[in-house]
Ligand binder design. Structure first.
Ligand code: GUN
Length: 319
């Protein structure tokens, strides 16, 4: 889809001129996610024909009422509806106790019409709730976020065909594939080690045969580590932290950040930026994902893919 050959030609041309700089190829998550969603819609139609009226089911459990979570959930519900997945949103009060949240998760685990269950994070709660306990209560067979210890453990050991892969890293891998740059043998650097992005991203790159360096808040020489990356994935949660000057020429740069910064020119008074300073990185990278329109739409598409895969596995066991 993206022409890495054309990119090499452009790099060559700018190299000859000496002073002019190339501009990175933009890796669009909007385009790629649309392709994935179209394919999934067809797969759901096939399932419904073969098992009359069958549709995959997805439930999103939310504790509280955070604005960002409300927005993410409504995007997920819309995507599901468009593909033919039956999506339910269960919202619990911010005063819900840990036991009530666990009860809710258990009851969705027992509902055979639901093939995918996620607990939207972060939890917005007033009483103490152990997030890890709650995410681990999700049945590993319905854990389409890939956050249970069972699925994370399988991923860390390289059992990729037998586990749910967390949606954001899975989407990043799909975007890297779109560049045409092969991962095997490359030096990949991941910034961030969260359970939802950085840690599984490290595992995916490792089992795709990259040599992987994980950087985090205690890494002392971040610019130096970044300068070695053929492939850089950033999930740090800090606006425009990675500067273009740090990058290796031609690197593949995947930006998982979603940060709001003040912008007086916008009616809302703010705009969304990634963890990478786009304008400077665009001058050095070979490929770069935009924010918005890069990793975000892929996260949603991969959630749909995991849900359809889970439903297909459920149907296999009925045969
Ligand atoms: N909050 C932000 N991203 C995600 C995600 O991918 N899954 C869940 N459960 N919560 C999130």
């Amino acid at each position: 889809m993206f022409s890495s050959f054309a990119h090499l030609l452009r790099l060559g041309a700018s190299g000859c001129q000496g002073s002019s700089r190339s501009i990175a190829t933009i890796v669009s998550g909007i385009k790629t996610s649309k392709l994935v969603r179209t394919r999934l819609k067809e797969e759901v139609e096939t399932m419904s024909r073969e098992f009359t009226g069958f549709r995959p089911g997805l439930t999103v459990v939310q504790v509280g009422n955070r604005d960002d979570s409300n927005l993410y959930i409504s995007t997920k519900l819309q995507a599901a509806a468009q593909i033919g997945i039956v999506a339910k949103h269960v919202r619990l009060s911010p005063t819900a106790t840990q036991d009530e949240v666990l009860q809710c998760v258990m009851s969705v685990n027992d509902d055979t019409s639901v093939h995918g269950l996620i607990v939207q994070l972060p939890l917005d709660h007033v009483t103490h709730i152990d997030t890890q306990l709650v995410t681990n209560a999700v049945s590993p067979l319905k854990d389409v976020d890939g956050l249970t210890c069972i699925n994370a453990g399988k991923l860390s050991r390289g059992d990729l065909s037998d586990c749910f892969i967390p949606c954001t890293p899975n989407g990043c891998m799909e975007l890297i594939r779109q560049t045409g740059v092969s991962v095997a043998g490359k030096h990949a650097v991941v910034i961030g080690r969260s359970k939802i992005v950085g840690a599984p991203m490290h595992d995916l790159l490792l089992w795709s045969d990259a040599t992987v360096t994980s950087c985090h808040s205690k890494t002392t020489d971040l610019p130096e580590q970044v300068s070695r990356a053929d492939i850089l994935v950033v999930g740090a949660g800090r606006a425009e932290m990675v500067r273009g000057e740090w990058l290796k020429d031609g690197a593949v740069v995947i930006d998982c950040g979603i940060n709001y910064i003040p912008d007086g020119t916008k009616a809302s008074g703010q705009r969304v930026v990634g963890d990478v300073h786009f304008a400077s990185a665009n001058q050095r990278a070979g490929f770069i994902t935009p924010v918005p329109g890069g990793v975000g739409p892929m996260t949603v598409a991969m959630l749909m893919e995991n849900t359809v895969w889970s439903a297909q596995r459920f149907l296999q066991h009925l045969k």
